[in-house]
Design a protein around this ligand. Structure first.
Ligand code: FAD
Ligand code: NA7
Length: 509
């Protein structure tokens, strides 16, 4: 209708969601420009095109997780007869960082090529809105402007440093810095009990670093409590130290470069301990990166937490402007999902692709934000889809919920445990590593509304079972399923012990 713009679509943010939206829209024939710009972290870490997932999230995290798993695997290897050198094998941090960063740089390159071949114009600048159809940016001190029929905001988020902790922003790193750290982290304090904090503490421990986690209240808020506690129990048994109910009150840099941290009780403020660390890493949540967007100039509503509220079709309150991914807050019926819209890469990608298909193709499907599976990549992983036991109880009431569960150890780990524990006392005994749990709603014929697994490869295992929940599987369907033996996953076929029975759910080892 009448007006012409420089572009049909301008996408702000070249991360998981933005790239997917831009490429898909261009495939449908739209004229698209994409802005991506990385503001350096307080510790001056920068990176290339691709957003959080590729540069400072999922990808480097999974590689370091994998490297970490080799530690216990090497110890097991000896028990299984591999003749390794007597000394614990040494670990070289800079080799790991080099491998990880080379892979990240390859992906950065691939994304640039991908935009080019999709004929998306890539603008490496920080964009902000001047009006609903005008986007401005600076290049070498000169202000430029482009106009767009539609705008998609996919700016993601950045790690949050709590205010009021002297030395935190000056000396502590976050997940923005850890994956490219140019020196070995050494003795490390991780602050926070988010999945990001625990994943990093997990691989640091397994790589051999003396690692402590300062937990303000509980582990993994929002996740199933029993599963979260299980993760804590297994991590603790593997050597991660937890200081519960504590937060740093100050971080001081000493003459020798080490960081002196004072931890205080998170409720009373009383002194808990003072100790020096080589590295302090904050994993205390993330802030949507919307402050610099000048949203008010376009009239886009923003919530006090910085998120942009959107409808189930990713539309904002301004008709031609959309938002998705970590910076958006979806207003849909949240039944049966952990969070409103989980901050996950595949969620941002699918939301973006479906939006592009609706705007420029013949698509009609909206993003389904329910029953999205997720995994915590701690050394012993945790996978979940659907409701936690607590949320199910809250939502349906205790009379309508039954929980089936079993704790056990993986066959292959149990076998080496028998060997390695010959001369270990009770106290060093490893707890069962695995927990299988189904949360069922009785009034729907025991439909499975929550699936939880703590154990090796939980991410892989949970992905498959998530389909069953999507298709409405009931407990009886899980019982009819014939297991693959010997696997950890087969524990889900025919779970017998119920929470209500009160029977001990820990399998005899
Ligand atoms: P992002 O990927 O964050 O991209 C936003 C981009 O926009 C960034 O490049 C940013 O620099 C840029 N930008 C911001 N403002 C502007 C502006 N004004 N102009 C131009 N550019 C701008 N998810 C999973 O699914 N699995 C995992 O295992 C997983 N692990 C994670 C581990 C860590 C340590 C972290 C931090 C995150 C992890 N995530 C994981 C989450 C995942 O990375 C995010 O959900 C995903 O990247 C969100 O995509 P997005 O498109 O919303 O934003
Ligand atoms: P989350 O899930 O928001 O977790 C933040 C964590 O940091 C949590 O353990 C908090 O403890 C802790 N926290 C927050 N502020 C502080 C301060 N000031 N001091 C100490 N500890 C603190 O963050 P993530 O980034 O891991 O997850 C983001 C999203 O991923 C989440 O919303 C889901 O969509 C998935 P608390 O429990 O509040 O005491």
């Amino acid at each position: 209708g009448g007006e012409t713009y420089d572009y049909d679509l301008v996408v702000i943010g070249g991360g998981s969601g933005g790239l997917a939206t831009a490429k898909k829209a261009a495939n449908y024939g739209a004229k698209v420009a994409l802005f991506d710009f990385v503001k350096p972290s307080p510790q001056n870490t920068k990176w290339g095109l691709g957003g959080t997932c590729v540069n400072v999230g999922c990808v480097p995290k999974k590689l370091m997780h994998y490297a970490g798993l080799m530690g216990p695997a090497m110890r097991d290897a000896k028990n299984y007869g591999w003749q390794l050198p007597e000394d614990t094998p040494g670990f070289n941090w800079s080799t790991l960082v080099e491998v990880v960063q080379n892979h990240v740089k390859m992906l950065n390159f691939r994304y640039r090529v991908g935009l080019k071949s999709a004929q998306v114009t890539y603008i490496n600048a920080l964009a902000r809105l001047a009006s609903p159809h005008e986007i401005v940016y600076e290049r070498r001190g000169v202000e430029h402007k482009v106009t767009a029929g539609k705008v998609v905001i996919a700016v993601g988020g950045r790690p949050a440093y709590p205010a009021g902790v002297p030395g935190a922003k000056e000396y502590a790193i976050t997940s923005d810095d850890i994956f490219s750290l140019d020196h070995s982290p050494g003795k490390t304090l991780v602050v926070g009990a988010s999945y990001i904090a625990l994943e990093c503490a997990g691989f640091l421990t397994e790589l051999g670093f003396d690692t402590t986690v300062a937990v303000r209240s509980i582990l993994l808020r929002g996740f199933d409590r029993q599963s979260a506690e299980k993760i804590g129990e297994v991590m603790e048994a593997s050597g991660t130290r937890f200081v519960k109910g504590a937060v740093p009150s100050s971080i001081e840099k000493q003459a020798d470069g080490k960081l002196k941290v004072t931890l205080v009780d998170s409720t009373t403020g009383a002194h808990v301990m003072t100790e020096t660390f080589d590295t302090v890493m904050y994993g205390t949540g993330r802030t949507p990166d919307t402050a610099a967007l000048n949203l008010e100039a376009a009239g886009v509503t923003v919530l006090p937490n910085g998120k942009i509220p959107v409808n189930g079709d990713e539309s904002t309150n301004v008709p031609n402007i959309y938002a998705l991914g970590d910076c958006a807050m979806v207003d849909v019926n949240f039944m049966e999902s952990h969070w409103a819209n989980p901050e996950l890469t595949p969620v941002a990608i699918m939301a973006g692709q479906l939006l592009a298909a609706r705007l420029y193709g013949k698509g009609t499907d909206k993003m389904d934000y329910t029953l999205i599976a997720t995994a915590v990549f701690t050394p012993t992983e945790y996978g979940a889809v659907g409701l936690s036991e607590e949320d199910a109880l809250k939502m349906f009431g205790p009379q309508d919920v039954e929980v089936y569960l079993q704790e056990f150890s993986s066959l292959e780990l149990q076998a080496t445990k028998d060997v390695s524990h010959k001369d270990l006392d009770e106290e060093n005994d490893m707890p069962p590593m695995c927990l299988s749990k189904l949360v069922c709603r009785k009034s729907e014929g025991e439909r499975v509304v929550g699936f939880h697994f703590v154990g090796p490869n939980a991410g892989e295992l949970t992905q498959g079972f998530a389909l069953a929940l999507k298709l409405g599987a009931k407990k009886a369907d899980f019982d009819k399923l014939v297991g693959i033996h010997p696997t950890d996953a087969e524990a889900f076929c025919g779970l017998e012990i119920t929470r209500s029975s009160g029977i001990d759910f820990v399998a005899a080892g």
